[in-house]
Design a protein around this ligand. Sequence first.
Ligand SMILES: [Zn+2]
Ligand SMILES: [Zn+2]
Length: 515
Amino acid sequence: MRTRSSLPFRAAPLRVEDPPSHGTLLTAFLSSLSLDERSACAVLFGAAARHFLHWLELHGIAVRTIDDRAVRRFEKHRCRCHRYSAQQPVYKADIAARVRRFVRFLEDQGYVEVDDGIDDLPRHLADYFDAINSLQLAQGPAQSYRSEAEHVVAWLRIARRRWADIDDTIIDQYAVHDCRCPVWRKRGKLVATGTKRRRRCARHFVEFLRGRGVIPSVEPVVDDNPHMAAYLTWLKQHRGATDETIRRYRTDITRLMPMLGEPSQWDAAALRRAFQRRSKETPGSASLLVTIMRSYIRFLIVQGECRPALLHAIPSVQRYRLSALPRHVDPAMIEKIIAACPTDRPVEVRDKAIILLLARLGLRAGDVRDMRLDDIDWRGGYIRVKGKTRRPDRLPLPQDVGDAILAYLAAARPKAVEDHLFLRVQAPFRPFSSSAEIAGIVARTHERGGIGGVPTGSHIFRHSLATNLLRAGAGLESVGTILRHSSPETTAIYAKVDLPMLMKIAQPWPGDLPC
Ligand SMILES: [Zn+2]
Ligand SMILES: [Zn+2]
């Protein structure tokens, strides 16, 4: 297990005495860091914490009242602080992460007031890890469950929520939060399946805590109305719904009932009208509302109070798999990013080679992480990429990519007995353990080069390469070959990005001026 992510969370009770001097605080903070963190950049942690303390003093903010708002304000401040003003603007992902780590230290030590409403969280986390390990899941899912458990702990504290209050609404907020938590996680907002994973893992951990009686279980739902009570019992006994689901269903059905009237009078039009009215009240959860209404109708059918044909009166909510445009940037921006890569220090030489591999060949972060020394055939001028299918593919090695890798091998790669091409710059010179580290490298190169307004992550290069090739006239098939897609459907995602071409064939909107 990675040490960085398994730092225990132990919020101490608030200390009554005043916090000690800045110097003492800083020393204590630095010595509390894990070995991993300390070897990486103790000096930088110290600098970030000192700057933060200085800023707090300047604004008259007491240490014990620090919360997420204060940290966000600090991130945004236009720095005129003595000795730090060269760094404006302050917000840099790395500095922010270190400041948050410092705030977590202050909370752990009881200098800042936090009220988790839970005792001995580190022990529960450790027991949860054991429980996950005993399930013998594959490595990936097991790691997800473990790290999301820590993540939800960190986030609840940042959001100043109490464990006792946790429910589906809070878990939903957690799933979509814009992550800057002081744990080893991918930062920012998640897209696509990431929120589902967050929600699922958080629920799992919360259920675990409920099972142990650490946080109160959800009260069984009861209802005075005998009809509703029968529905709720049916949900529990025949559909195996949890109490929280039942609560949600009851709320929606109770609101719907007056709109619907007597079940014997229902027809398809009435059901649809009620659905439309109700889904306007809670936008964004239309498909859940369909499920809830169908479940209620099914119950009434079982009771003989409703015609079976009405089950199909409410249409499913249509979801389009390809409805979002892939994020991309234009070729000029890609060239600007590459040109802005400095190569003064070994780490910068390595990062430039990585950026070029991403930009020129559209590799995935995992491809870069897994690349071995013998994957490059210098004589033949190609590079072997394993990709998702584990079926190695050969790609031509462009001149500038080859030069950058050579420069890295000649002058910057540590002399370590490892066959991975890219290694960390600090001892013990290991290969990257996750592809998220490649995303971190991309973020840092943007920062070094002063590049703003580019979407985060390493996949942006892949999307941009595909988009720009298509715009330059390449066919879908050849783009699919370069990106090593196994199905042409995946490549078809990019067919939508040719906006100028799409605009030519778009029909004007009926009854309205074309826009
Ligand atoms: Zn400042
Ligand atoms: Zn987070």
